[in-house]
Design a protein around this ligand. Structure first.
Ligand code: SF4
Length: 296
């Protein structure tokens, strides 16, 4: 009779990326000093971590309600970044600003801004692969004064003039395969022109901390009978990484935290892996692992 207790292992390569780590450390430091901070939108797309920070004094401020901030209050710009007009509004309101924009996003904003200035001079277009409503994309578009195209479906390419120069960028947390598909469509559209368009520049701006996770995550997923993937419901990289995990191991289940695991998922497993998005805190994965251990 095999009475060996099933293994529950937390993915050693999972946990916060450096941008999220930095944003959370910045927030905690501000809270230690001021006791209260207003974060413009969700600091990270992870409900449990937001709740923890909320208990420490972080409040989420909707950008449409900036007028509710008062002089002297402390406002935090999250890792996704903001368009220049947000800083202008905050400065006009004389609030204290702490900028936790991820340095990777900041560099992308600068590249997009420079490309947009060049394209405006040459009549070309800047294309950003990502959802127009995503916080990071809003910040990128703001750096082009709204002159770039935010694209997340092939059909949206139809409105772009491919006979002029084209500069292409991706939101940092996009799906690498989907970005490659769009880039191939752009190449086809440009080469189908009578003279072709040689002035196309495609920039791989997906963050290495998301794309590098893929191969290690697939190995991790294959090495366990069942995988529980922990991710905030709004996390883009969480959706992408959970998809990779599920392709590598069909017995992958995504949860946002404890209390959602169906015991039947893990009951007959000899090993259960727990992984998560780049915005999933380690403490939450450990809690989920402890819950599974108690079940089996
Ligand atoms: S995924 Fe990359 S770009 Fe996004 S916050 Fe993390 S380190 Fe920064």
């Amino acid at each position: 009779m095999d009475d060996v207790k099933p293994k529950v292992v937390v993915d050693p390569s999972a946990g916060f990326c450096t941008g999220v780590k930095r944003a959370i450390a910045t927030t905690e430091k501000v809270l230690e000093g001021d006791g209260e901070v207003f974060c413009l939108g969700e600091l990270v797309h992870n409900e449990a971590e937001l709740e923890r920070l909320n208990h420490l004094g972080m409040k989420i401020l909707d950008k449409n309600h900036l007028s509710r901030t008062t002089i002297g209050s402390h406002v935090l710009v999250r890792a996704h970044g903001e368009p220049p007009e947000t800083y202008k509004v905050l400065e006009d309101k004389s609030v204290k600003i702490t900028d936790a924009t991820c340095p990777v996003v900041l560099r992308l904003q600068q590249k997009v801004k420079k490309a947009s200035e060049e394209m405006q001079a040459s009549g070309g277009s800047v294309i950003i692969f990502g959802k127009a409503s995503h916080a990071e994309v809003i910040g990128l578009l703001g750096n082009t004064k709204g002159k770039a195209y935010a694209i997340n479906k092939k059909e949206q390419l139809d409105s772009i003039d491919f006979s002029k120069p084209i500069r292409v960028f991706s939101q940092t947390t996009s799906d690498q395969n989907e970005y490659e598909d769009i880039c191939n469509q752009i190449r086809i559209k440009s080469s189908n022109l009578s003279n072709g368009n040689p002035d196309i520049e495609i920039n791989n701006t997906i963050c290495g901390q998301v794309s590098r996770r893929g191969p290690a995550l697939e190995i991790f997923a294959r090495s366990h009978d069942v995988v529980i993937f922990v991710s905030g419901s709004e996390s883009s990289n969480g959706k992408y990484l959970a998809g990779l995990c599920k392709s590598a191991n069909p017995l992958t289940y995504t949860v946002t935290g404890t209390g959602q695991i169906n015991p039947e998922w893990v009951l007959n497993a000899k090993s259960v892996g727990v992984s998560g998005a780049t915005s999933t805190p380690e403490w939450l994965m450990l809690k989920v692992a402890a819950e599974i251990e108690a079940m089996i």
